[in-house]
Design a protein around this ligand. Sequence first.
Ligand SMILES: Nc1ncnc2c1ncn2[C@@H]1O[C@H](COP(=O)(O)OP(=O)(O)OP(=O)(O)O)[C@@H](O)[C@H]1O
Ligand SMILES: [Mg+2]
Length: 352
Amino acid sequence: MATLKLTNLVKRFDDVVAVDHIDLDVADGEFVTLLGPSGCGKTTTLRTIAGFYYPDEGEVYFGDKIMNNVPPNKRDTAMCFQSYALFPHMSVWDNISFGLKMRKIPSSEQRGKIERVMEMLSLSELGKRKPGQLSGGQQQRVALARSIVTEPEVLLFDEPLSNLDAKLRVQVRVEIREMQKRLGTTAIYVTHDQDEALAISDRIVIMKQGRIEQIGDPYTIYRHPETRFVAGFIGMANIFDGVVLEVEGTRCTVQAPFGKLFINAEGQEVPHKGATIHFSWRPEDMKIRDRASTNQITGKVLQAVFMGDITDLFIEVNGQKMRAQSDDEAKIVAGDSVSFGIAEHAFSILRG
Ligand SMILES: Nc1ncnc2c1ncn2[C@@H]1O[C@H](COP(=O)(O)OP(=O)(O)OP(=O)(O)O)[C@@H](O)[C@H]1O
Ligand SMILES: [Mg+2]
């Protein structure tokens, strides 16, 4: 079983605590993404799993085996980097077979494995070419083929798509995910692209300054951020403070700087009357000209940015600025006064 467990993991560089007491349990065959701003410790965590760094504290387990002192080449992991580092003088075929040769896999077995991986990643026609004769996306797929051909128990990806253009990124990420599912390999994927994280992961780990802020499936991370940091980091969010005036069951009346709101905290920790809370909601939760919701907000449009399928709106409500969205046919322009409804369940109550 390729379960992976990090317990109380710490990695320091002099006085920098790059990984600061991390606990993480990854199931066999699970696809987990580490997401967070530059310098939050994603690469260091990945390299510690791979064995390129030894932890200062805590443990790395594969299954029930402690790996702390096992060198990288004995760990049955494969790492796929941003710079794919193919051997330029070798053909695609030889690049892919390299890891098998290093592992002394008999050549009779090599052929079948290589052909299967090349087929899977649509590389079958390109075996004789050199990396310099391939497009960026094709090179990236060769790098992927090279990491998976050895059938590692754990695949580690460090921003493997950041050299690709937007369309190819989407195409290759779908390929990565399908391939990982087909092989049943456990995968840890690092990115700072939130769309990529939402699209590809079973679970997302949001990191900040070496620590884990929140772990959850993409839906939970997006719809129910637990902290200000997570709400602000993933997608667009309106984040405000307010005072709880009344609480009835899970339904709270909140005085926000722009007006009174009803927030239903069902499924969340219900705040006490009199408490000051931080809360957030998404621009798309603001339903234009929706008169049915109990929360009615009327704002002046400061800026309207047409995005094709939707229009991004920046509005001002009683001196407070917030983001909204419209998929309405009617054209909205700066200066318009527009009303919105927000459902009582749309809000997340945030810690810190
Ligand atoms: N070899 C090293 N020596 C000293 N400090 C390091 C080393 N590697 C990383 N750090 C520091 O550790 C912290 C975490 O770095 P890390 O590379 O893990 O971040 P990251 O989340 O991968 O960032 P990015 O998104 O920019 O790749 C940073 O403060 C970084 O400066
Ligand atoms: Mg990094």
